[in-house]
Design a protein around this ligand. Structure first.
Ligand code: NAP
Ligand code: F7E
Length: 325
């Protein structure tokens, strides 16, 4: 019998890569999708025929319980979230409801429907915020700097609490930034690669950005979903940092991207206060050695390969008359 997995957030960047990965592992894959007035299945339409999509919402406890009863999964991957940091300042309560309390709703549904289900929580390096230690690892104290980061700290601790209170196989992956050609256009890597491609093709003349000094540990989403699966294959639930161990500034990202297409970024980048944040996370760099030792996980795509892969995909998209969604 094939294993069954339920993915919340299957229409997102990570959900689409994880669904592909699990299908390749022979899983029967179920995805929770919320009702929207316009269908937004563009990241999963190429595999939609192989997926079982179930209506539900992280804000609605009953829908989560019904989804679990319908698909009877052995594994649940909770990727659903209001995941854009900047939006979390303008919609802090909504962000807390989905990204924090949503985790409790799902864990509680699991506890009642089938406590043997293995649970993965998408924790985030944003929890480290104003970092207490460099590089950051599983034991580094949290100091979140946005309503999103605060919500993720809640989700992280409620996962540990349900593990300890009810003996659930509940695991948190503390993932550092990971990107891909499927990254939402509002995140800085994709905003850069998409606009560099547009500038090269004569479809845009400038790129407006916020803080160029912040540093991130950027990896490839396709590598990171493999780590999620590996975590749930362990006998014991635990928490793992997933990172490349390298950090780059936004300015370096911009420089690598423009120079790949033989452009000088100084000619096109304009700093714009609208993209500055009320509180910034200045430096993230992860120590993924525990994942290396216990899971045998290592990243395969380098920073430069990632940016080039994203630019190549955006050039192809734009040349074929498409646009970012
Ligand atoms: P994403 O592209 O923004 O996807 C978020 C997903 O959550 C979408 O499928 C979205 O559905 C769904 N969602 C939002 N609100 C929902 C609700 N109320 N009910 C049901 N589904 C809802 O995010 P991602 O980059 O794939 O990240 C996946 C997870 O990892 C998120 O929890 C994120 O916070 C976390 N994370 C991401 C990174 C990263 O660098 N990518 C790093 C660390 C942690 P719609 O399509 O309907 O909007
Ligand atoms: O910003 C700076 C910005 O929005 C990265 C989410 O997946 O990763 C992501 O959160 C940096 C910040 O990602 C612009 O100020 C400059 O310092 O791409 P981002 P993020 O905030 O790091 C973590 C791990 C998650 O968990 C989140 O869900 O880039 N920056 N100028 C800009 N950022 C954006 N978006 N747009 C700009 O114009």
């Amino acid at each position: 019998m094939a294993k069954r997995a339920l993915i919340t957030g299957i229409t997102g960047q990570d959900g689409s890569y994880l669904a592909e990965f699990l299908l390749n592992q022979g899983y029967e894959v179920f995805g929770l999708v919320r009702r929207t007035s316009t269908v937004n299945f563009n990241r999963i339409e190429h595999i939609q025929g192989k997926l079982n999509l179930i209506p539900g919402d992280m804000l609605d406890q009953t829908s989560l319980q019904l989804a679990l009863q319908e698909c009877q999964p052995q594994e649940v991957y909770n990727l659903a979230a209001q995941s854009f940091v900047q939006t979390s300042w303008t919609q802090p309560v909504f962000t807390g409801d989905v990204t924090a309390l949503g985790v409790t709703r799902l864990l509680d549904a699991i506890r009642h429907v089938d406590p043997t289900i293995r649970f993965y929580q998408a924790s985030s390096s944003e929890m480290f915020g104003k970092v207490r230690e460099v590089p950051q690892r599983e034991t580094t104290p949290f100091y979140p700097r946005s309503p999103y980061g605060v919500a993720k700290v809640y989700g992280h601790w409620i996962t540990i609490n349900y593990r300890e209170s009810y003996d659930l196989h509940a695991t948190s992956g503390i993932l550092f930034n990971h990107e891909s050609p499927r990254r939402g256009i509002e995140f800085v890597t994709r905003k850069v690669t998409y606009n560099v491609a547009k500038i090269k093709l004569g479809m845009a003349s400038e790129l407006r950005l916020g803080n160029l000094d912040s540093r991130r540990d950027w990896g490839f989403a396709g590598d990171y979903v493999r780590a999620m699966w590996l975590m749930l294959q362990q006998d014991k639930p635990d928490d793992y940092v997933i990172a490349t161990g390298e950090t780059h500034s936004v300015e370096e990202l911009v420089s690598v991207a423009f120079s790949y297409l033989d452009l000088d970024w100084h000619d096109f980048v304009v700093q714009d206060a609208r993209f500055m944040r009320p509180a910034e996370v200045d430096l993230l760099v992860g120590d993924g050695s525990k994942a290396g030792e216990n899971l045998g996980w290592e990243p395969e795509v380098s920073f430069t390969e990632l940016i080039r892969m994203m630019i190549d995909a955006d050039l192809e998209l734009l040349k074929s008359g498409g646009h970012a969604q």
